[in-house]
Design a protein around this ligand. Structure first.
Ligand code: AMP
Ligand code: ZN
Length: 484
């Protein structure tokens, strides 16, 4: 069984050949720490945790180095710090924002069953490495200074655009490229920029007198270099990072080090979506990991349920977020863990078909299908081993059953509706739609008391459901509005 991975740069599934089997090296772009992570941000963390665990299983736990950075210098951080702590000096305010957010992030992803990476470098601790790379890029004729900025000269790299497969013209048309008067070409991107007084700043490279700060892309090139070397095995992140972030990382690293590649395998996860749209802070359609996992009066969604829900879909596919699929994932784990309780706890190896599925470009849906078979065949030690490899505890005592809709328990309906009250706009709408769906299922199951309870609890919160018949199909259609 050989590991095969889909490589964005060749657009093919390829056999995985590490540069050094004694030290397999993987870099994944980590969070910019200015706000709570949402469950879309959780997807790459979970996906690459599964790959990390698989590599450790295949190559030995001590033979894999996984680096995931913390971006703690960024304009979004500065803005948030000024907003949240207007009375503090900016640098002190920034420290508070980044420390708090980083702690929350660690807490959130641990609850999702993710191992800490081997190294978690911070951008602010690698400024010297960034300056060194920038000076090399200028010396190599790949970067230039203009108005106290340092810019990467895209024309100096003939195969710029290879990762995203776009031509220069397409990139200019497709990306919102910042046109600035000091750029030679609109595609040139910032390696270093001047800081305003009071903003975080460091001595600049290239003999620029004004203090400044790095651009985002150079941060990852410098941190991967320092912790994994000039060329390494795997680089990962969400699909939105292909262009421009990863394209620019490649340009910087290859041109600074004169190497033919930065990383051999480029892996990208698809989006977590809400009704067909990417979940994103800027769209306001997000649910934070924190709000999803918080305690709802003694009941919580277990992080494992969110993890399982993510892994039911292949990592490259888009994944539509619904509470009913989270509930379904929760229900499966609840059943499996209950059945595992008190059963044969002898150790077993991970079954071959589970490992084969994962080795085929992390085919987690196939692995989960194989686990359903293990469950049906009462192969408890094997099921436990497969769960363990995928990062699941197998321990029912760690879970509390609060399905969004447990038809047998009216308290659950009440709690679920209460959750609606505390969610933000789009998340709330999504959950109301889920509840309408549940009400329909309850009616089909002739559980009219449950159906009525859902309607009444929502009404008590000022959300009114309206039933109407579709004149063509005769089907019952339910809409909702906020009661006046
Ligand atoms: P950001 O904080 O936007 O830089 O994102 C951090 C990581 O989360 C990156 O790897 C993104 O590609 C990834 N990401 C952001 N939004 C989503 C989403 N809706 N679905 C999947 N991955 C996402
Ligand atoms: Zn990066």
């Amino acid at each position: 069984m050989a590991l095969r991975l889909y490589n964005t740069i060749t657009r093919k599934k390829e056999p995985f050949q590490p540069i050094d089997a004694g030290n397999v090296r993987m870099y994944v772009c980590g969070p910019t720490v200015y706000d709570f992570a949402h469950i879309g941000n959780a997807r790459p963390v979970i996906v690459f945790d599964v790959l990390f665990r698989l590599l450790r299983h295949l190559c030995g736990a001590d033979h894999v180095t996984y680096v995931r950075n913390i971006t703690d210098v960024d304009d979004k951080i500065n803005a948030r710090a000024a907003q949240d702590y207007p009375d503090l000096p900016l640098n002190e305010a920034i420290r508070r924002v980044t420390e708090k957010t980083e702690k929350q992030f660690h807490h959130d992803v641990a609850a999702l069953g993710c191992l800490p990476p081997t190294v978690e470098p911070r951008a602010t601790e690698h400024i010297a490495a960034m300056r060194e790379m920038i000076d090399d890029l200028i010396a190599n004729g790949c970067a230039y200074v203009a108005e106290d900025h340092v810019l990467f000269d895209v024309a100096a790299m003939p195969d710029y655009g290879k990762l995203s497969g776009r031509s220069l013209d397409e990139m200019i048309a497709g990306a919102r490229v910042e046109v600035a008067p000091y750029k030679r070409d609109p595609m040139d991107f910032v390696l270093w920029k001047p800081s305003k007084p009071g903003e975080p700043s460091w001595p600049s490279p290239a003999g620029i007198a004004a203090p400044g700060r790095p651009g985002w892309h150079i941060e990852c090139s410098a941190m991967s270099w320092k912790h994994l070397g000039k060329t390494f095995d795997i680089h990962g992140g969400g699909i939105d990072l292909v262009f421009p972030h990863h394209e620019n990382e490649i340009a910087q690293s290859r041109c600074a080090f004169h190497t033919p590649v930065m990383a051999n395998y480029w892996l990208h996860n698809g989006f977590l979506q809400v009704e067909g749209e990417k979940m994103a802070k800027s769209l306001g359609n997000f649910v934070t990991i924190h709000e999803l996992l918080q305690d709802w009066g003694g009941y919580k969604w277990p992080g494992e349920a969110l993890r399982f829900n993510m892994l039911k879909t292949h990592y490259r596919q888009p994944l539509d977020w619904t509470y009913s699929s989270l509930d379904e994932a929760h229900g499966i784990l609840w059943e499996w863990y209950g059945d595992l309780k008190g059963k044969d706890a002898s150790a077993a190896g991970v079954p071959g078909h589970v490992l084969d599925a994962l080795s085929d470009d992390l085919n987690t849906p196939k692995a989960i299908a194989a686990m359903h078979e293990l469950h049906s065949a009462a192969k408890w030690p094997e099921l436990r081993a497969a769960l363990g490899l995928l990062g699941f505890s197998g321990d029912r005592d760690k879970m509390v059953r609060i399905p969004a809709i447990d038809f047998g328990d009216e308290n659950n309906v009440r709690l679920t509706v209460r959750m609606v009250g505390s969610l933000s706009g789009t998340a709330q709408e999504a959950m109301i739609k889920d509840l309408i769906h549940s009400r329909m299922i309850a009616r089909q199951a002739k559980k009219f008391d449950v159906a009525d309870q859902i309607r009444d609890e929502l009404a008590a919160m000022g959300i009114e459901l309206k039933d109407a018949k579709d004149p063509k199909t005769g089907e019952l259609v339910t809409t909702w509005e906020v009661a006046r």
